[in-house]
Design a protein around this ligand. Structure first.
Ligand SMILES: [Zn+2]
Length: 272
């Protein structure tokens, strides 16, 4: 499943291709996604120019020159964005949406159909967007912010930082790695955070996400990014799916389930 760094990478590729480009035609090949594609709303975007491309959480946003029209793309588990020339386009089984531009076609393909395409007028009221927590790479996300929200929270620190209402885009791998670097046990109660741990956790989260973005996104099951090249971040992981702690080389990495997700940690490095 693409996580925030992959979505950021894909977003910047989409941005390069689509900024200031006009959609000539839209074609829904299969409206069935997590929510059905609203074909009529989509048609309103024909002959409209994309003003800007950005990211909010794991959503890619295409903003149009016409007042307040925003196309929201979510890749879900297996959504793939690709581009091709009109002459070279061959329909693949799971192609859902085509956007025709003057010299190329934008294709949204999704094998497992957990992705989505929405068109909205108002992002702040949009049900998928309005409850999202802050961006992890923004200045607002700092040690004080995280500490403030952690008070009285008895859930584990790992569940807390993965809660999209607190901060967006910290998936399982990134949470696991950031907790290791911060020497915090993944099942420590969130309310036991203090300012210095909180600051360290925030700076490690930012560090890991930025590193993953630089490396073009992570790859755990042969994930391929939008340019068709595999990411390289897996080689940089310290604890996720590792056998031994990189610091205590004779100590086996433990793996417990937290909310059903594998949580790797070193019981010498990381304390509750
Ligand atoms: Zn260790």
């Amino acid at each position: 499943m693409p996580e925030l760094p992959e979505v950021e990478t894909i977003m910047s590729l989409v941005k390069r291709r689509l900024t200031n480009k006009k959609i000539i035609k839209t074609k829904v090949l299969n409206a069935k996604l997590r929510w059905p594609i609203e074909t009529r709303k989509l048609r309103n975007l024909e002959n409209e120019t994309i003003k800007s491309v950005s990211r909010r959480g794991k959503y890619i946003l295409l903003e149009f020159e016409i007042e307040k029209a925003i196309l929201i793309i979510h890749l879900g588990m297996t959504g793939v964005i690709s581009f091709t020339n009109q002459e070279e386009y061959k329909r693949h089984k799971h192609d859902h949406l085509l956007l025709f531009f003057d010299s190329f076609i934008f294709i949204f393909n999704d094998v497992r159909k957990f992705g989505s395409i929405h068109i909205t007028q108002d992002l702040s009221e949009m049900f998928l967007i309005k409850n999202l927590g802050i961006e992890p790479l923004s200045k607002k996300f700092d040690g004080k912010y995280l500490l403030q929200l952690s008070k009285n929270k008895s859930c584990s620190i790992k569940e807390f930082i993965m809660n999209q209402k607190i901060v967006v885009g910290i998936g399982n791998i990134y949470a696991t790695e950031a907790l290791f670097l911060s020497k915090i046990h993944p099942s420590m109660q969130a309310k036991r955070l203090n300012l210095s741990k909180s600051k360290s956790l925030v700076s490690n989260i930012k560090f890991i996400l930025q590193k993953a973005i630089k490396l073009g996104g992570t790859t755990i099951k042969d994930y391929v990014n939008a340019e068709g090249k595999p990411g390289y971040f897996t080689q940089e992981l310290n604890i996720y799916q590792k056998k031994n702690c990189p610091i205590h080389k004779n100590n086996a990495v433990r793996n417990i389930k937290i909310s059903g997700r594998s949580s790797f940690f070193c019981d010498i490095c990381q304390k509750k």
